[in-house]
Design a protein around this ligand. Structure first.
Ligand code: GTQ
Length: 348
């Protein structure tokens, strides 16, 4: 409600009324309506960037202070500076940098929360999902859908770091979180590496396999080599003024997002390209996989380089400029908002 001047005795009567009804856990809507039903989104999340060259040494220091097994997951959470203490990068999403050292195992567990990984640094690690391993290569996009068993390990000789994206705040919002530890740290291999891609990832699926659009894909790895091939292959054609060349990852058997709660995207911006400003209601986490550039987010501006992570809160105008050929990965809660009829985008 707008602050109007009202007679003092009326103001006192109201205040006394609020106090009295407060004892019955009642509160007047008219004092909060404007904040509850704003004319446009007012995200509490702030634009922010985590520069890999600054955070890497701290991720490595965590590796000297705690083992992957003791930590269960050795992760430094990327906490939005305006949401400290919430383990959130946006209102609905969690992100973190996970480290696994040579010889280590992050023991098998499963949970209601869905996770995605984007491999940033190092070689030789694997993730196993429901009995199948996949080698983690830089830029690979790997998913562990809700309630799938997953463990990570490092068979190589260098530290491996990836970005985790989870729907932790969404599941927390619904108070719908469950989790379980497996009896064994590493899952028994039920299928050879590559099996899921062969069965579900080659524009074919098993003959009697059908899914609804809310089911996650069985394709749990989207190799960067394929993503890159597509982006580079189309990059000489006309660019979209707002997105450059931008593709979304799909569940190939439904066309929906790989998992129901998080959508993921990859785009290429050629050297010197500047996108026109655009905003959408899905707060989005970006990762620079190749190249470098500048991201203008609302009234702030960030220079980004390879492996940097930055966050664009809901309804903040985003304008990207590529200083060299640049490939960006991004993820958001877009499929949730679309399923609920809430998602909006504005191009200017
Ligand atoms: O790899 O299973 O960053 O369970 C947070 C929670 C990673 C994981 C996170 C998790 C994981």
């Amino acid at each position: 409600m707008h602050a109007k001047t009202i007679p003092e005795d009326l103001a006192n009567a109201r205040a006394e009324f609020y106090r009295r009804i407060g004892q019955l856990s009642l509160t007047p809507l008219w004092e909060v309506l404007g904040a509850l039903v704003p004319p446009s989104p007012r995200p509490t999340a702030a634009p922010a960037i985590w520069r890999y060259k600054e955070v890497r040494e701290h991720v490595m220091e965590a590796g000297r202070l705690i083992t992957a097994k003791e930590a269960e997951r050795r992760v430094l959470i990327l906490e939005n500076p305006a949401l400290r203490g919430n383990s959130s990068i946006t209102q609905s999403l969690y992100a973190g940098l996970q480290l696994i050292l040579p010889g280590e195992v992050a023991p098998a567990h499963r949970h209601a929360q869905s996770a995605l990984r984007l491999v940033l640094d190092g070689e030789g690690a694997y993730t196993a999902v429901d009995g199948e391993r996949t080698t983690m290569r830089r830029g690979d996009f790997i998913i562990t859908p809700s309630w799938t068993w997953h463990d990570h390990g490092n068979l190589g000789d260098e530290p491996v770091v990836w970005l985790d994206g989870l729907d932790i705040p969404i599941v927390r919002f619904f108070d719908a979180g469950f989790a379980e530890h497996a009896r064994q740290d590493s899952q028994q291999a039920l299928r050879p590496e590559g099996d899921a891609l062969l069965r579900y990832g080659n524009n074919m699926v098993p003959v009697d396999f059908h899914q609804t659009s809310s089911e996650p894909t069985k394709v749990f790895v989207y190799p960067y080599a394929k993503t890159r091939e597509s982006l580079l292959g189309i990059s000489e054609s006309d660019a979209d003024p707002h997105f450059g060349h931008k593709l979304r990852y799909v569940n190939p058997s439904t066309g929906a997002s790989p998992m129901p709660t998080m959508g993921a995207f990859a785009q290429i911006l050629k050297k010197g390209f500047e996108t026109r400003p655009c905003r959408s209601t899905d707060g989005t986490v970006y990762v620079c996989l190749e190249g470098e550039g500048k991201a203008a987010i609302g009234d702030q501006s960030f220079d980004f380089a390879e492996r940097d992570v930055f966050v664009v809160p809901s309804w903040q105008m985003l304008q990207l400029r590529a200083a060299s050929d640049t490939i960006l990965f991004s993820f958001s809660d877009r499929p949730v908002q679309q399923a609920l009829g809430l998602w909006r985008q504005e191009k200017t």
